[in-house]
Design a protein around this ligand. Structure first.
Ligand SMILES: *Cc1c(COP(=O)(O)O)cnc(C)c1O
Length: 383
């Protein structure tokens, strides 16, 4: 990625910078690769990044929206996503959130428990409407990723157990204000091994056979998101491998006639187009190392502190030789470290530092800890 350094240098730091052209290229690739298969519908998982300018570009590409809260539904509608392309997941939907979805007539509620199903049926009856519903099934497919971001194993709080699936569907079919659509899955995030998705396909094939035997037909299957990105080499792999990803599902899943297959991609859509730009405040010499202290901290980008996540770090104003730094923020917490022993071009006070691949779970997770301002987000279109 080449940064418009002069323009960036005039903006108050820290802030998020989004390369709108890369985002549009990513969306084009998604549409081309998913478009090779009939009945593939791609939704963008709003929780990865809900910056209104980013959302608007994604909505314009024609993707649907995957929401996990009422606030996300509102953000999606404001950005131009049609309600007919909005799906709503989440372990604990509040009444007002369900009512919002019902009033907008969103395309599907992904339901995660039987008590929730009953509440949706009751609220739909009060509003004299019908709710389209899919059940989130816990497929017990372990995903090879950080323990804090696996979601599909037996001990996770998400979804309905496989052994309760038929019972849940029978209950839904008997409810007057519920229209049962299908099944929903989501096994984790930052998955780079296609084997995990293959395992999910195999599990879904087994479940479909079980349902066939019960005479239950599914209109839709939703396989969630989780496709990972290359945090180490953002310039070599700016667009994730959507071709293999969609092909894996096309090859692995035995879809029945007329079934639609839904995807909910978050990180893979937005991560590479976003960068957190921070300014160097001080270079401090320690005993055995030197610290590059920037004006961004974990309130601006929490992934390193929360998940031990790696973000490539670059000085975008220096062509001097690399030196080794611990790159740290100003917050009084020992986890406020963006990278230890990183090679960065020799840096001086005032230089802009880029924390790469920060477009997903970056700006949206920012907090005001220490009474700091929330970081703003700018797209390349605006500069
Ligand atoms: C978080 C989430 C996603 C998106 O996950 P990514 O790893 O960002 O692709 C999709 N579906 C559900 C239900 C989620 O909770």
């Amino acid at each position: 990625m080449t940064f418009p350094t002069q323009q960036l240098n005039n903006i108050d730091t820290p802030f998020y910078y989004y390369d709108a052209d890369l985002l549009r290229e990513t969306l084009k690739t998604i549409n081309e690769e998913a478009g090779k298969y009939e009945n593939f519908c791609v939704h963008y998982a709003i929780k990865a990044n809900a910056n209104p300018k980013v959302l608007r570009i994604i909505a314009q590409s024609g993707l649907g929206a995957d929401c996990v809260s009422g606030g996300e539904i509102e953000a999606a509608v404001a950005a131009g996503f049609p309600a007919s392309k909005i799906v709503f997941a989440g372990v604990a939907k509040a009444d007002w959130e369900i009512e919002l979805g019902l009033n907008l007539n969103i395309s599907c509620f992904n339901v995660e428990s039987l008590p929730e199903l009953e509440v949706i049926n009751d609220l739909a009856a009060q509003l004299d409407t019908t709710a389209n519903v899919a059940f989130r099934i816990n497929p017990e497919v372990g995903a090879h990723t950080h323990a804090n971001i696996t979601t599909g194993t037996a001990e996770d709080k998400f979804g309905i157990a496989m052994r309760d699936m038929v019972k849940a569907i029978r209950m839904a079919e008997a409810m007057k204000n519920i229209n049962f659509m299908g099944l929903h899955f989501h096994i984790g995030s930052q998955l780079l091994v296609m084997d995990d998705f293959v395992a999910l396909c195999q599990r879904i094939n087994e479940l479909q056979e079980q349902l066939d035997a019960e005479g239950i037909a599914l209109k839709s299957i939703n396989v969630g998101g989780g496709l990972g990105i290359d945090y180490e080499n953002p310039d070599a792999n700016p667009v994730p491998n959507f071709r293999d990803y969609f092909k894996t599902y096309s090859d692995g899943l035995k879809l029945r006639d007329g079934q639609t297959l839904h995807f909910e991609l978050g990180r893979a859509v937005v991560a590479q187009c976003g960068t957190l730009i921070a300014r160097t405040l001080y270079i401090k010499q320690g005993v055995a190392k030197q610290f590059l202290i920037v004006d961004a901290g974990f309130p601006d980008l929490i992934r390193p502190a929360l998940y031990d996540a790696y973000h490539k770090i670059e000085n975008i104003m220096s062509d001097e030789e690399e030196e080794v730094y611990d790159v740290v923020g100003p917050i009084c917490e020992s986890t406020d470290v963006f990278g230890r022993a990183r090679k960065v071009n020799k840096t001086k006070r005032g230089d802009l530092i880029a924390l790469r691949s920060a477009g997903a779970y970056g700006e949206i997770m920012a907090s005001q800890y220490n009474c700091r301002q929330l970081p703003k987000g700018w797209t390349s279109d605006e500069l």
